[in-house]
Write a protein that binds this ligand. Structure first.
Ligand code: SUG
Length: 433
């Protein structure tokens, strides 16, 4: 069973801005209220798609979600015109105002968890993202997207998000690692959580986002062999240092696992158990002396994107920030010895909100028969790139600040972009109920 890993890449939306809403996310807090450039951000995300596709990766486009979500204040009884509603929200609930404009769906790694069974059945569960008001609104729109990703669903299941409950918060694939032996059919899945009701050791500065029970339900709903699944708790010190998702402290691809020595609780024991079950896993541990936790977070070294390109070569994209932080650059050079080549990419617009190369993509393991039934209009091509770039160049704002959140004119422009993008991608827009 030869897996292909689809790189489902988030296209940044026209309302990309710095609202300071990412809990435990230092970049989001640091850049709060600064002026963003949706146009630059979207072009940077498109450039990444081009590069990946040129290298031989199978790239699929995930468009931005519909923002601003004016249906939310309407449901709360704000039924006057758009301008009146935005002005009223700015006074009564500024956080909700920021949330309904949020472009956070760009971080495709949080959109869902995707797994493939031994029989080749693909399971997709959109993440409920209930840890934050601006992201909890993504789940249903993600479901809308995954329900149109394929033209046939014979061996694909798109599950509803895990029911919303404080003990079932789910942040998606950013907390999931699938390791596979390139020389056999063996694989293991590692699900990483921030806390569980049984946890005795908690972070003190930031609230953990992902709950163990969400991963347990995914293992069950996705029909995974629980013997091949591991549930690992994030180290509370890492969460307190700004590691709000596992992909800020660990990266994986095929049989390679790279992580910081302070990624998990009782990490040495966990790695031993993993190696007993999967001796073919190659682990590469970065020590705190090589890269202290604060620099791991600042550089986003672990948020590198590993892909298999032409001729089975393993390539890696690091955020450009890693090339200027000497400790991170040292670690990149060490990882370079394990892969075919490394590259640095400018994703500053997304990085300033805590989203690096790996955050902007969802890995979806599929078989050839799934690739054959992918919606053709969502597959990246040079022509699609040109069409999307044209919309971005013509309609996306050059700058966007929190002052724009009360502009009915900006709202109208953003919604126009959304409809144009969905028309090009031949996607049915999301219809809030
Ligand atoms: O959830 N930032 C996102 C970043 C998500 C990164 N994803 C992964 N690590 N996979 C978050 O914290 C900031 C939004 C704002 O402040 O405007 C934000 O939501």
């Amino acid at each position: 069973m030869t897996e292909t890993i689809l790189q489902i890449e988030g296209l940044v939306g026209p309302t990309h801005h710095y609202a300071g809403l990412g809990s435990g996310n230092l970049a989001s807090a640091t850049h709060a209220n600064q002026v963003a450039s949706p146009k630059q951000a979207a072009l940077q995300s498109l450039e990444k798609m081009r590069w990946l596709s040129d290298q031989g990766a199978e790239v699929v486009v995930m468009p931005p979600q519909c923002r601003p979500r004016l249906d939310i204040p309407t449901r709360l009884g704000m039924t006057r015109g758009v301008q009146e509603t935005l002005t009223e929200l700015a006074e009564s609930s500024p956080t909700l105002l920021r949330a309904i404009w949020s472009a956070s769906s760009m971080w495709a790694a949080n959109s869902a968890t995707t797994t493939l069974t031994q029989e080749g059945h693909l399971h997709i569960t959109p993440a409920n993202l209930l840890g934050s008001m601006h992201r909890v609104i993504e789940a249903q729109e993600s479901f809308n997207y995954f329900s149109q990703l394929f033209t046939k669903y014979d061996d694909v299941s798109v599950h509803p998000a895990i029911p919303v409950s404080a003990t079932q918060a789910d942040e998606g694939a950013a907390n999931h690692m699938h390791l596979s032996n390139p020389h056999s059919d063996e694989s293991v899945d590692i699900f990483v959580y921030g806390a569980s009701p049984a946890s005795t050791y908690f972070p003190t500065r930031f609230v953990p986002r992902h709950m163990r029970q969400a991963s347990e339900l995914i293992i069950q709903n996705h029909d995974l062999d629980s013997e091949r699944c591991f549930l690992w708790q994030q180290h509370p010190d890492a969460i307190d240092a700004g590691v709000f998702h596992n992909d800020v402290i660990a990266l994986s691809h095929r049989d390679l696992l790279v992580c910081h020595e302070k990624a998990y609780t009782k990490q040495t024991d966990k790695l031993h158990t993993l190696k007993d079950a999967a001796p073919w896993v190659k682990d590469h541990i970065i020590t705190g002396t090589e890269l202290p936790l604060n620099l791991a977070v600042k550089s986003y070294f672990f948020n590198a994107q590993l892909v298999t390109g032409h001729n089975d070569k393993t390539l890696i994209i690091f955020p450009q920030e890693c090339s200027v932080i000497p400790e991170a650059k040292y670690c990149c050079d060490r990882v370079a010895e394990l892969v075919h080549s490394i590259h640095f990419m400018d994703l500053k617009q997304s990085m300033q909100n805590g989203g690096g190369p790996a955050c902007l993509r969802l890995r979806m393991p599929v078989l050839k028969r799934h690739v054959k039934v992918l919606s053709p209009s969502l597959r990246y091509s040079v022509r699609l790139h040109q069409q999307l770039a044209q919309i971005v160049e013509k309609y996306y704002p050059d700058t966007f600040s929190v002052e724009d959140l009360t502009s009915a004119e900006q709202a109208e422009k953003a919604l126009e972009c959304y409809h144009l993008l969905y028309a090009v991608l031949k996607l049915k827009p999301y219809n809030p109920v």
